[in-house]
Ligand binder design. Structure first.
Ligand code: TRP
Length: 333
């Protein structure tokens, strides 16, 4: 039996935060096993769509790579690479573009949202919409199909893109013969979507995040900023709906969850609950944080790991691209 191939990309804009960690990074790293083959990559070509600041792109690539490595990603088992180091992806992107209906891209959420916003603002519908944004799902299809991924762990917002990749693969196979595996989006309902400091979903766009590798003091400061209600010490508090409790759940054992639930019922002070929360989170992150700092100070070590990953990836992408080209008629004479 062939092993399932799990693949997911991380766009290199921004600094990883607790929401990324709990919702994506931690489950991905834990999912690495001998029963499947995992591909994780830094989607820096995708980053260009959202960010035209070269320093930020580079810094974010470094931070995200260091984060995954510091958290113990096993790069002997998982293929860990930077999208732009695998030029076959860009080449495949073009071939797939020629197989993708424009009408399919017209329906992509990210593009449609940009158009709707423009219209609402009284601007030209395509104002500031780049071809990168418009054809973003094709590049994502190239990422996925390049490695014949069967399973693509993503957040709900990305399901549509994986379905488009299926569509594109199906169309290609129908026309040129079976080359691609049709991927399946995997949305894990068991992983929490964390709330941020203000109680909304933790997200860079809401500016309510707790960065993952803050120095301990700053981590405590951030946690103290989490919005709570005005209940006094001694007054019973409702854990459900509380951001403090939700974060607790993301890091605690079942037993610790029960204890905290009881403490809420007994009226634990918000300050005390936050202190315990900071202790708990710090316990899980202290060691990786040290490793992270080391890696950040030695970026050539990160680069070396990425280059090894690219070699492993290209050992697969080169022959697949050759197969694709031969299938479409781009062949030696
Ligand atoms: N677009 C994805 C996101 O913003 C990142 C991504 C790029 C990706 N290529 C991918 C995810 C391929 C899964 C598979 O989250």
């Amino acid at each position: 039996m062939t092993k399932s191939r799990i693949l997911t990309g991380i766009t290199t804009t921004g600094t990883p935060h607790l929401g990324n960690y709990v919702g994506a990074i931690r489950p991905a790293i834990r999912s690495v096993s001998d029963d499947s083959q995992a591909f994780f990559f830094l989607a820096d070509l995708h980053a260009l769509i959202k960010c035209q600041d070269p320093e930020k792109i580079q810094q974010s690539t470094k931070e995200i790579a260091a984060t995954w490595l510091a958290l113990g990603l096993d790069t002997d088992k998982a293929v860990f690479y930077r999208q732009s180091d695998v030029p076959e992806i860009s080449e495949l992107n073009w071939v797939l573009s020629c197989m993708t209906a424009k009408g399919l891209m017209n329906r992509a959420h990210a593009y449609k949202a940009a158009v709707d916003q423009n219209v609402a603002d009284g601007l030209d519908a395509d104002s500031a919409v780049t071809m990168g944004l418009f054809s973003y799902p094709v590049l994502m299809a190239a990422d996925i199909l390049m490695f014949n991924a069967s399973d693509v762990p993503v957040g709900k917002d990305q399901i549509q893109h994986v379905e488009m990749a299926r569509d594109i693969a199906g169309r290609f196979n129908h026309h040129f013969g079976e080359v691609f595996v049709q991927p399946q989006a995997r949305v894990d309902d068991n992983v929490a979507v964390l709330q941020g400091l203000d109680g909304r979903k933790m997200s860079k766009s809401y500016n309510n995040t707790i960065p993952l590798f803050l120095p301990e003091k700053k981590l405590r400061k951030h946690i103290n900023k989490i919005k709570t209600n005005l209940l006094e010490p001694g007054e019973p508090k409702d854990p459900d709906g509380s951001t403090v409790f939700q974060l607790w759940q993301a890091f605690a054992t079942d037993e610790q969850c029960e204890q905290m639930r009881q403490a809420f019922a007994d009226g634990i002070a918000w300050g005390e609950a936050k202190k315990q929360l900071a202790d708990l989170i710090n316990e899980e992150l202290a060691e990786p944080r040290e490793k992270y700092e080391q890696l950040m100070a030695n970026s050539s070590d990160i680069e070396a790991v990425l280059q090894q990953g690219a070699e492993k990836a290209r050992a697969l992408s080169r022959p697949l691209l050759a197969q694709v080209k031969a299938a479409v008629g781009i062949r030696p004479l």
